[in-house]
Design a protein around this ligand. Structure first.
Ligand code: MD6
Ligand code: FE
Length: 220
């Protein structure tokens, strides 16, 4: 779809919102390239289909996941880890599309993190009812690198907590095209996604996608 949606006429210009030291919401940052990002998501999913991973505790996740890039995030009964191979196919994950890498590097730089070279992109797919409980991202080797997270499709309520699990999370609405970058003092912030509400997005229907870029391995 390349039409100008009527709603676009009423949307505001992209803007940068500081969340905490080291954390920034780049509202609307990826909106202009969303359509090509979604085409790339579809191509990735043809090579490495979305699947519902099982947590080490034995729960099946409501969010469906796949990956692209040199490393992919996976979970099973033995734990969480990054792996070079898709456990479903035994093949390497699809390559990271240039559009993804470009977006991640520009967003990181805008938030103050130069030289971000992500080697992993986790692609999350939410349907109404799916949620992600509060967690820290701690399986990456290089915690000095930030994380860049782009939202596409249906809006979601992002839970933005603190450095302790008990810190009461703020509720942030993330809409299509929003990008969150966090690193430095905010790198270990607890975060999650509240239960996705039903809706119908012009580009994705009743789905929200999230692309999360990390530098997960040792820098080569
Ligand atoms: C999501 N994101 O927005 C889930 N983690 O769908 C995450 O868990 C996440 O967005 C680390 C950094 C950014 C994120
Ligand atoms: Fe996370």
């Amino acid at each position: 779809m390349s039409d100008l949606f009527a709603s676009d006429l009423f949307e505001t210009a992209p803007e940068d919102i500081a969340l905490d030291p080291g954390a920034m919401l780049l509202a609307g940052f990826a909106r202009a390239e969303a359509e090509s990002l979604l085409q790339d998501v579809a191509a990735i999913a043809r090579a490495a289909p979305f699947r519902h991973l099982v947590t080490p505790g034995g729960w099946t996740m409501s969010v469906a996941m796949t990956n692209c890039g040199a490393l992919g995030w996976v979970s099973d009964r033995s734990g969480y880890r990054y792996d070079r191979l898709d456990p479903e196919s035994g093949q390497p994950w699809p390559a990271m599309p240039p559009s993804f890498l470009d977006l991640a590097q520009r967003a990181a730089a805008r938030a103050g993190f130069a030289d971000f070279t992500p080697d992993a992109c986790l692609v999350n797919r939410y349907v109404p009812g799916a949620r992600l409980t509060l967690h820290q991202d701690r399986n990456e080797r290089r915690l000095e690198a930030p994380i860049v997270s782009a939202s596409l499709g249906l809006p979601a309520t992002f839970l933005w907590g603190g450095l302790a699990r008990a810190d009461k999370p703020r509720r942030l609405r993330l809409v299509h095209g929003d990008v969150v970058v966090w690193g430095g003092p905010a790198r270990m912030t607890f975060h999650g996604v509240d239960t996705l509400r039903d809706g119908d997005h012009p580009m994705t229907g009743a789905v929200r996608y999230n692309l999360t870029f990390r530098q997960a391995g040792d820098r080569t």
